[in-house]
Design a binder for this molecule. Structure first.
Ligand SMILES: [Zn+2]
Ligand SMILES: [Zn+2]
Length: 258
């Protein structure tokens, strides 16, 4: 199997998981042109896309969805709460409502090749979600981004994942001493904001086991430094675990047996 962090950060977020036959996409904060070109570059056929899952409806995660639906007819999953509370955003982003599929937290969603467990995250976009994705091919993937704190149950879900994508948005000191106005600092630090480096690394240190991979994603351009995350991860996470910090906008490809 292979997977792509197509891009991550405030400039756009998009992840792809594929066993060649079946592909799913998590978030689409990029243009159709970029997404389709990168898929082609990496040998992932558009016809293999079975579904798209959204973490939430901030434009850096969902601005490409409407065009993608119109080009491909792909069904897009979001929580019933996200659907009910964000209708203005859904209309504004021109998301095709007849291609939206809703789930409730606690449900498990099956699409060809995968079963997906959504879980609630804490963010200022109602109904926001993270996902544990189990593939029929074997490997499982965990994604937790845009959350002000670690949700209940996330540790247990991540514990069974082989590959983890975890938000590591800001360094506490850089945010405190940085240029943002107080209300923005408070939003980022708040329980409906983003996850800090220390929270992300502590989480990873609890759930990652030997041979597994952790990607630190959604790194702030202004309130963070990838070197800080690297040294924190190096000091807290046991050896034998592959750790990678994704630079803002960087594209990464990974492979896993299955
Ligand atoms: Zn967000
Ligand atoms: Zn975001």
């Amino acid at each position: 199997m292979h997977y792509l962090v197509l891009t991550t950060g405030s400039c756009g977020n998009c992840y792809i998981i594929s066993d060649d036959e079946n592909t799913i996409i998590i978030d689409d904060g990029v243009t159709y042109k970029k997404l389709s070109e990168k898929m082609m570059d990496h040998g992932i056929a558009m016809e293999s896309v079975r579904a798209m899952f959204l973490t939430h409806l901030h434009p850096d995660h969902s601005k490409g969805v409407g065009v993608f639906q119109r080009k491909t007819g792909t069904e897009v999953y979001m929580s019933d709460i996200a659907w009910a509370r964000n209708m203005t955003v859904i209309q504004h982003q021109r998301i095709e409502q007849d291609l939206v599929r809703q789930y409730s937290f606690g449900d498990e969603v099956s699409v060809p090749g995968y079963s997906i467990t959504p879980f609630r995250t804490y963010h200022d976009s109602e109904g926001s979600a993270g996902y544990l994705i189990r593939s029929d091919a074997g490997p499982s993937f965990f994604i937790m981004t845009d959350t002000g704190m670690v949700p209940e149950g996330a540790l247990e879900l991540a514990d069974s994942a082989d590959v983890m994508f975890i938000e590591s948005n800001y360094d506490d000191r850089m945010l405190d001493e940085g240029p943002y106005p107080a209300h923005l600092k408070n939003r980022i630090k708040g329980i409906y904001g983003h996850l800090s480096n220390s929270e992300a690394v502590e989480f990873a240190s609890k759930v990652a086991h030997r041979g597994e991979s952790v990607y630190f994603v959604h790194v702030s351009e202004n309130n963070n430094d990838t070197g800080i995350i690297r040294s924190l991860a190096y000091s807290k996470i046991p050896s034998g675990i592959f750790c990678r910090v994704c630079e803002r906008g960087e594209m990464l490809e990974g492979f896993i047996d299955g």
